[in-house]
Structures are given as structure tokens and as C-alpha cells.
Design a protein around this ligand. Structure first.
Ligand code: ADP
Ligand code: MG
Length: 732
């Protein structure tokens, strides 16, 4: 057995091993050695207290500023000791509790004023000042020789918990590292030599017990490269596998359905739609399954591109499935597709065009009869286009000849879901994944390494201006003005979306239909809960300016038929205002809607707000986007809103979003909706490493597709892939 698989209890005391297992889920030597420091501190450099984020478990370097004499508590038994730490500018408090004041003697000896300590705890705001709850600490400048020798070494700071503080983890790591003789290398020797990397054990020593920053950098470089290489090997294998898969080539028929549809388009295609359409047509005509990611900003006309691809496949004798992330969107796709096709969608019906096909909807909540009919239409091949949600992934949904799968808004579908759908065809269907979230090239390469990318980089003409304004919620007159704007637009026959962060007052009021969207970064303040749909609909219905309007609510807890009904009436102009959650975020298309009000806009991420804003300014009508917020402009959330006011460039905003989130989270969310398993690799900052690893991995897989000559690498790849699957299953 590999010594890395040895249980920690064979290296550490039983209580120490049990603590690491319970607090951090670390069971084996490998788990612990790959529990890497998140940051490094230096004795002389105090941590800026200002940067602490409420709710985080942190470890900081700070100086003891003041120790108040211990005292008995007034209303309860017991005593407390209050200690203030500082960084020279701000302070943070530690409070210790004990049965009697005498029990503080140890703390008082250790925490003398002026000393530097490593302190940990959960950041909280109490009585308007920072506190570390359940604090623990370790003096840094004790006068033992040991400490002197270590004086200028970087101090590793580990992801820790209150019961397993960073320094306890460090101690365990040192013990285990000292007893580890060899770490087998997953990288082939040629790759190590070529990239001039450290040996794995050296690298682990360098990151866990560095002598200086250069050690840290060398060690991290090796570990990052390894991580990138394993991932890129998995992707290279996936690509190689896909290349050997067979698909049925599909081409348009002269005088067929796709041609008939193009002939009646009410507008010319944009240059970008034309170009991407040709790329897709070329892919569909091949015997290899298409694997294409279609990126385009909100409103760039992706849906039309996808529809033309679907019609091409129907022309070629196959069926197409369109997967939407929510039922509202699936229903809308059905409406817009049937509207766009007109009598071309009336296959088998009286008055249908001779070339017509059938378009059916299949969702989880449909009535049994409608569902049976849709299932039958899919299985018999009568339906050329099947539109649905996750329900399409269920096993008993069968297709006569599934030739193309289109996935709208990829970030809510993982690799496994795509594979499930592809398994529904006798030969592998072509795949087109659409996304409005601009994905930087490096991210696309890493996460979607097996997809080729097309970009719609041109908006259809006649796209109207959208004016964005941030409105302070504290200013009543301005908020009144917001509702007047809504009423003015309604008087012109236009409509308004009002979007809230929650459904109702109950804490679990977050919309389940919101999917796996990551919350925006927390800015570290305890704030009131955001206003809910149930609050805001009352405001709109009572406000003198808007009381006369037809206002409805829309969110994921409504029955699907009700949701659909509200959206349909809104689209038809029978509803003036919908107060909703972010179910309208992606893809909903109502050209006559001209106002978007986002309540507590600071609670949303940049990309999310950009998507929301994309719902208006569609039908050639100038739009108004009003971002209601309480946060000051100078705060991080305020800065996000200012960026939205300043630009409508989705790529620019995506860059900002990425900067504000931890990069790994973005990758994780894109991949599985959970925290990334990438430990060190930053998709943006490590673009070079990723590119190098990709080239080396591709070459290696070309020479040894099954990794028969690289068993350690094969095991690492298998581990990584099963990790992904596990995360996916946990989520489902
Ligand atoms: P996306 O899905 O990329 O956000 P849509 O496909 O919903 O964008 O398109 C937005 C709107 O633009 C739709 O109303 C659509 O009919 C319209 N549209 C698409 N292509 C064109 C075009 N070439 N010219 C004019 N309007 C277009
Ligand atoms: Mg769309």
C-alpha cells in the first residue's frame, strides 16, 4: 500500500487524528499533506484588520494592545477576560470565558501587552466593533531558541476551524511530513525535467515548512503544475474519446424546412449569426459529434442560431432536444419557437405547412395526459423538436432519432447531465451549449477543454439604449420617483420587471428555481435581510403611483401552470408589472418590457445583474434599469453597482465579477455548482501553467491514450474524475 494512504492515526496521537477527521475531514496522510496553506504570514507583518470579513474563520497576526483586568460577569456565574489586538490602525477583541478569574492566569501570562500573536476565531461584529468569537491564539515572539531560529520563516496559515486552529494543523503536518519517506510522482519524469519542477516530497516540504518566500513559490509551482496536468490529461482523454465517437451527419435539404424558415425571417442575420451558423452547419455535416460552446452576450441572438441548427437536424431526418434551466424558460422557448416557426411548427395538424414538424414541451410538472402525449411524440419521432428541463434527462424519455442536443445556459448543467442526454441516442448526438456568461478563454479552456467555442460578438441592430441608475433606498423621494417611472412606462403600454432577492419573509425564502447560482461576495457586514417578493408586491400594489397597475408575482414556488400563465399574460401585455425573483434572469424575452427595477441590487452578483438588465431594451424601446440599494457607493458592493451603471459590456463586467470572487469558485460553480476542487490553481493568474500543461498532456495522451505506461497518472485522473462525479451526485 502507498504510504500516503495510511490513516492519520498511524502517524499522530489518536485525539489529534480524530480532531482532524472531525473538523476538516482529513483521514489519510495524503489528505493532510494536500491540505495546503491558504496564505503565509510573517512575524513582523500584522494582518490588516480592516480586511476581515464577518462570518469567516480567520487566522491573523496581531499585537496585544490591551488586556483588561479579568472580572466576574454581572448577570451570570463565571468570569470574563477581554483582550484587544491591533494592527496599528484598527483593533479586534478577544473575549475568554471561565468559571473564575483565577483560571485566566495562563492567558494573562501569554498575552502581555506589546506581544505579537497568531490569533484565530470567527469574525463577528459586536457592539459595532470587530470580535473573534471562540478565540484561540499562539504567541509568536516567545523567547525560546526554537522561535529565534524560525524568526524569519513564513508562517503557513491553513484553512482551519475553531477547534482545529492553523497552528495545530501545522504541527500535525510537520509530524507527518517528517515521517514520510517518499511521495510517488504522478507526473512522468520527462515532464518534470522539461518543466524544471521539484520532486513531490520536496514541493510539499517547501509549501508546508518554507525557509522563505522563494521556497513557497517553488513548491507551489510544482503542485499547481501537477494539478493542471492531471486535469488537462482528463480533458485530453475526453477529447480523444469524443474524436473516436460516431455521429450521424445532418445537412439541410434544398427546399427543406431550414430553408423555408430562413426565407421567412423578418430580418437579416447579423454577420456573427451568419458566421457561427456556418461553423455549426459544418460541424453537423461531419461524422464526429459536434461539441460546441456558443457564447454571446445577452440579446445577441443565440436562440435563433440554435433554432436554425435544430431545423437543419430535422431536415437531416433527426430530432433536436432543447434543454432549459427552468420551467419558465422552457415554456418561453416553446412559445417563441412556435411563434417563429408559425405553420412550420404545425406538423401533422390541419393547416400545417407540408414541410412542418412538431414542437413539444416536456417538463417535470406537466399533467399526466399531456406528458404521455409528449413522450409519445418524442419516441415516435413525430416531434422534430422537444423542449424541456431536467425532466428530459429521465431515463424513460426516449427519442426515435436524437441528432442534436442544445443546452441553454450551460452553467446549470454539468458534464454528467450532458452525458446522460447523449446516452439517449444510438449514435452520439451533436451538442451545442449556449451561454450568455462571458467566459474568459482560460476558463473555457480549463472547464470546457473538450468544447470548441463560437462567439456571437455582434448585437442585432436597433438594440435600444438602456439607462442604468443606482437609487439609494434611503432617499424616499427618489424611491417614489422609481414607482412613478414604472407607472409612466405602463401608461405608454410598456411593462416593468421588479426583481427581489427572496420570495418571502421566511429565511429559507430564497427561490429554489434560482439554481446553483453563487451568491455575490459577502462584504462583511451584518445587514437586514433583503426585501422579499411578498413585501415588494404589497408596496407596488399600495403605492399611489402604481396602485392602479396590474401587478403579479412570479417565483419558483408557484405551480408551473401559474408561472407560465403569468409570463404569458405579461408577454401579451395583460400584466403591467411582475414582481419576481431571478427566475427572469436568463433568456426571458418580452420586447415590450422597458423597465427593470432591482430591489436590494447589492445582493446580486455583477453577471446576474447584467443578465437581468438584458431583459429590457429588447424591442427597440429604450430601457431603464433602476438598481435600488442601501449600500454606500464606496463599498465593494457599491463599486459593483457603479460598474454596471458605467458599462453594458458583458465581457468587461465578467472580468470584474471574476476579480471579486475567488477564481476557484467561478470554476467550481461552472463545473458543478460547488466549491472548486482546485486547490492552488487560479484560472486567470495561472494561464501560462495551464497552457503548458495542456500541451504536455495532449502530447502524452496522443502517445498513450489509455495511460497504460503511466499508472500513477491514470490513478490521479480517475480520482479527479470520480471526485467530480461525487460532487455532482451530492448536489443532485
Ligand atoms: P439571446 O438568447 O442571445 O439573449 P435572443 O436569441 O433572445 O438573444 O435574441 C434577442 C432578440 O433579438 C429576440 O427578440 C430575437 O428575435 C431578436 N433577434 C435575433 N436575431 C436578430 C437579428 N439578426 N436581427 C434582429 N433581431 C434579432
Ligand atoms: Mg436566450
Amino acid at each position: 500500500m502507498d504510504e500516503l494512504d495510511a490513516p492519520l492515526s498511524s502517524r499522530l496521537t489518536a485525539p489529534a487524528a480524530a480532531l482532524l477527521a472531525k473538523e476538516l475531514g482529513l483521514e489519510t496522510v495524503r489528505d493532510l499533506l494536500w491540505h495546503l496553506p491558504r496564505r503565509y504570514a510573517e512575524r513582523g507583518q500584522l494582518t490588516p484588520i480592516r480586511q476581515l470579513v464577518a462570518g469567516d474563520d480567520v487566522t491573523i497576526v496581531a499585537q496585544v494592545v490591551r488586556v483588561q483586568p479579568p472580572r466576574r460577569m454581572r448577570n451570570r456565574d463565571g468570569a470574563l477576560l477581554q483582550v484587544t489586538l491591533g494592527d496599528g490602525r484598527d483593533t479586534v477583541g478577544l473575549t475568554f470565558f471561565a468559571r473564575s478569574v483565577r483560571q485566566f492566569a495562563h492567558h494573562e501570562r501569554q498575552l502581555r501587552e506589546g506581544r505579537t500573536v497568531l490569533a484565530s476565531g470567527r469574525v463577528e461584529v459586536f457592539n459595532r466593533s470587530w470580535q473573534l468569537a471562540r478565540p484561540d491564539y499562539q504567541p509568536l515572539d516567545d523567547d525560546s531558541e526554537d522561535a529565534a531560529a524560525l524568526a524569519d520563516r513564513p508562517i503557513p496559515l491553513y484553512p482551519a476551524t475553531g477547534k482545529a486552529p492553523s497552528w495545530k494543523i501545522a504541527k500535525a503536518v510537520q509530524t507527518v511530513l517528517g515521517a514520510t519517506g517518499r511521495v510517488p510522482d504522478v507526473l512522468p519524469a520527462e515532464v518534470v525535467a522539461e518543466a524544471e519542477l521539484l520532486d513531490p516530497l520536496e514541493a510539499l516540504r517547501a509549501v508546508h515548512t518554507p525557509r522563505d518566500r522563494a521556497d513557497v513559490a517553488r513548491g507551489q509551482r510544482r503542485l499547481r503544475y501537477e494539478e493542471a496536468f492531471v486535469l488537462q490529461t482528463a480533458l485530453a482523454q475526453r477529447r480523444a474519446g469524443a474524436a473516436s465517437e460516431r455521429a450521424v451527419p445532418r445537412t439541410r435539404r434544398p427546399g427543406g424546412l431550414a430553408a423555408a424558415f430562413d426565407a421567412r425571417l423578418p430580418f437579416p442575420l447579423t454577420g456573427a449569426q451568419q458566421r457561427v451558423g456556418e461553423e455549426i452547419a459544418a460541424d453537423l455535416a461531419r461524422e464526429r459529434p459536434m461539441q460546441r460552446l456558443l457564447q454571446g452576450d445577452v440579446g445577441s441572438g443565440k436562440t435563433l442560431v440554435a433554432l436554425r441548427a435544430m431545423l437543419t437536424v430535422v431536415d437531416g431526418g433527426g430530432q433536436a432536444a432543447l434543454l432549459a434551466p427552468t420551467e419558465v424558460l422552457a415554456a418561453q422557448h416553446l412559445r417563441s419557437t412556435t411563434a417563429a416557426l408559425g405553420d412550420l411548427a404545425a406538423g401533422g395538424l390541419l393547416g400545417g405547412h407540408e414541410l412542418a414538424t412538431r414542437v413539444v414541451l416536456l417538463t417535470g410538472s406537466m399533467g399526466a395526459a399531456a406528458r404521455r402525449e409528449a413522450l409519445l411524440a418524442a419516441a415516435s419521432g413525430e416531434a422534430g423538436i422537444v423542449i424541456g428541463t431536467h425532466a428530459l434527462l429521465q431515463e424513460h424519455v426516449a427519442f426515435a432519432d436524437l441528432g442534436l442536443v442544445v443546452v441553454d445556459e450551460q452553467h446549470r448543467f454539468g458534464v454528467e447531465q450532458r452525458d446522460a442526454l447523449r446516452a439517449k441516442a444510438s449514435s452520439v448526438p451533436h451538442l451545442l451549449v449556449m451561454t450568455a456568461t462571458p467566459i474568459p478563454r482560460t476558463v473555457a479552456m480549463t472547464v470546457f477543454g473538450d468544447l470548441e467555442t463560437s462567439v456571437l460578438d455582434e448585437l442585432p441592430p436597433g438594440r435600444a439604449e438602456v439607462t442604468t441608475v443606482a437609487v439609494p433606498l434611503q432617499n424616499e423621494a427618489w424611491v417614489d420617483r422609481v414607482w412613478q417611472r414604472v407607472a409612466e412606462e405602463a401608461a405608454l403600454g410598456r411593462q416593468a420587471y421588479v426583481v427581489c432577492a427572496r420570495i418571502d419573509g421566511d429565511d429559507a425564502g430564497k427561490d429554489p428555481a434560482d439554481g446553483g447560482e453563487e451568491p455575490p461576495p459577502d462584504d462583511g457586514e451584518k445587514r437586514r435581510p433583503p426585501l422579499a417578493v411578498s413585501d415588494v408586491v404589497e408596496i407596488v400594489r399600495r403605492h399611489p403611483a402604481t396602485a392602479h397597475l396590474r401587478t403579479e408575482v412570479l417565483h419558483g414556488r408557484l405551480a408551473p401552470a401559474d408561472k407560465d400563465d403569468v409570463m404569458r399574460r405579461f408577454a401579451a401585455g395583460e400584466v403591467d408589472v411582475v414582481v419576481s425573483t431571478t427566475v427572469v434572469e436568463v433568456g426571458v424575452d418580452v420586447p415590450s418590457a422597458s423597465v427593470m427595477v432591482v430591489v436590494d441590487a447589492d445582493r446580486f452578483g455583477v453577471s446576474q445583474l447584467h443578465q437581468l438588465r438584458g431583459r429590457i431594451g429588447r424591442g427597440g424601446l429604450p430601457g431603464t434599469c433602476l438598481l435600488l440599494t442601501e449600500v454606500p457607493e464606496a463599498s465593494p458592493a457599491g463599486q459593483r453597482l457603479s460598474a454596471l451603471v458605467a458599462t453594458r459590456d458583458g465581457f468587461e463586467l465578467a472580468r470584474l465579477d471574476l476579480e471579486q470572487r475567488r477564481e476557484g469558485d467561478v470554476l467550481g460553480a461552472a463545473q458543478s455548482g460547488r466549491r472548486s476542487s482546485l486547490r492552488l490553481l487560479g484560472v486567470l493568474k495561472d494561464a501560462d501553467v495551464i497552457a503548458d500543461a495542456r500541451a504536455a498532456a495532449t502530447a502524452l495522451v496522443a502517445g498513450d491514450p489509455a495511460l497504460e505506461r503511466h499508472p500513477a497518472l491514470a490513478a490521479a485522473v480517475a480520482d479527479r474524475v470520480s471526485g467530480e462525479t461525487e460532487r455532482f451526485l451530492e448536489r443532485a
